[in-house]
Design a protein around this ligand. Structure first.
Ligand code: PGA
Length: 251
C-alpha cells in the first residue's frame, strides 16, 4: 500500500498558484509518483487545479462537503457535486471546521456518510487539543471522535483517518514518533474492536495519516513511523519544493 500525501491548502492560494504549483507538481509526479497524492484547494479553485493536474497522477479533493445531496443550503457544496467535477476525496471534520463552525461528531459523521454515498473517499480528521493532552485525555478524545464521526465503524474501510493533534497544526510543533505510533495503533484498535479476527487483518489496510506541521525536514521520520500511512499537509503543501520533499520522503 502506497502512502497517501494530501495537501490541504485551507483558505490559501489563487488561480495563479493553482496553475504554477500544480503544473510543477504534475511534471514531477508524472504518472507513477512514489506516493498517492491528493490536492485539496479551496472549492473555487478545484477545477483550475484539475485542469493543471490533467494527465498526471495527482488526485483532487475538497476541504468540506454538506451532508445533503442538494437543497436550500446557501453557500454549501454537496459531495455529489464534488464527485461530478472530478474530486475523489473530501476532508471532513478538520479541527478548524470543528472549532470555527462548531461542527459536532454527529455532523462530521453525516458528512462522511454522504461522501461515501457519493463515491468519494472521506478523510476524517480527529485530534486532541493541547488542554486535553495536558489533562491526559488524548486516548479518550480520540475514541470519542472516532465512534462519533465514523459512519459505520464495523464495515467502512473505504475511508481515510487523519490524526491531527490540534496543538501541532500550523505551530511548528509535532508529536513524537512514539506518540504518533501509539495513537495510530489506538485508531486501528478502535476499528478492529468492532469485528472478529478477519476484521483485524482488514483493518491493517486502513490508511491513517498524520497531520500537524509536517514538512520536508521532518517528513522522513514521521512517514516511516509504524502505523503511519501518509500525511495531511497544510502550510508545506503551498510550497512546491517542500511538498515534493515530503512525497520523496515516503518509504
Ligand atoms: P499544517 O496543517 O501542516 O500547516 O500544520 C495541517 C492541517 O491542518 O491539515
Amino acid at each position: 500500500m502506497k502512502h497517501l500525501i494530501a495537501g490541504n491548502w485551507k483558505m490559501n492560494g489563487d488561480q495563479a498558484l493553482a496553475k504554477s504549483l500544480v503544473a510543477g507538481l504534475a511534471v514531477k509526479a508524472g504518472t507513477k509518483p512514489k506516493a498517492d497524492i491528493v490536492l485539496c484547494p479551496p472549492a473555487p479553485l478545484l477545477q483550475a487545479v484539475a485542469a493543471a493536474a490533467s494527465g498526471s497522477a495527482l488526485a483532487l479533493g475538497a476541504q468540506d462537503c454538506h451532508a445533503d445531496e442538494k437543497g436550500a443550503h446557501t453557500g454549501d457544496v454537496s459531495a455529489w457535486l464534488l464527485k461530478d467535477i472530478g474530486c475523489s476525496f473530501v476532508i471532513v471534520g478538520h479541527s478548524e471546521r470543528r472549532a470555527d463552525h462548531g461542527e459536532s461528531d454527529a455532523l462530521v459523521k453525516a458528512k462522511a456518510a454522504a461522501a461515501l454515498k457519493a463515491g468519494l473517499t472521506p478523510i476524517i480528521c480527529v485530534g486532541e487539543t493541547d488542554a486535553e493532552r495536558n489533562r491526559g485525555e488524548t486516548t479518550r478524545v480520540i475514541a470519542r471522535q472516532l465512534t462519533g464521526s465514523i459512519p459505520d465503524l464495523g464495515s467502512a474501510l473505504s475511508l481515510v483517518v487523519a490524526y491531527e493533534p490540534v496543538w501541532a497544526i500550523g505551530t511548528g510543533r509535532t508529536a513524537t514518533t512514539a506518540d504518533i505510533a501509539a495513537v495510530h495503533g489506538q485508531i486501528r484498535e478502535v476499528f478492529a474492536a468492532v469485528g472478529g479476527t478477519a476484521r483485524s487483518a482488514q483493518v491493517e489496510t486502513l490508511r491513517i495519516l498524520y497531520g500537524g506541521s509536517v514538512k520536508g525536514s521532518n517528513a522522513a521520520s514521521i512517514l516511516a513511523t509504524h502505523g503511519v500511512n501518509g500525511a495531511l499537509v497544510g502550510g508545506a503543501s503551498l510550497d512546491l519544493e517542500d511538498f515534493w520533499r515530503i512525497i520523496e520522503a515516503c518509504p
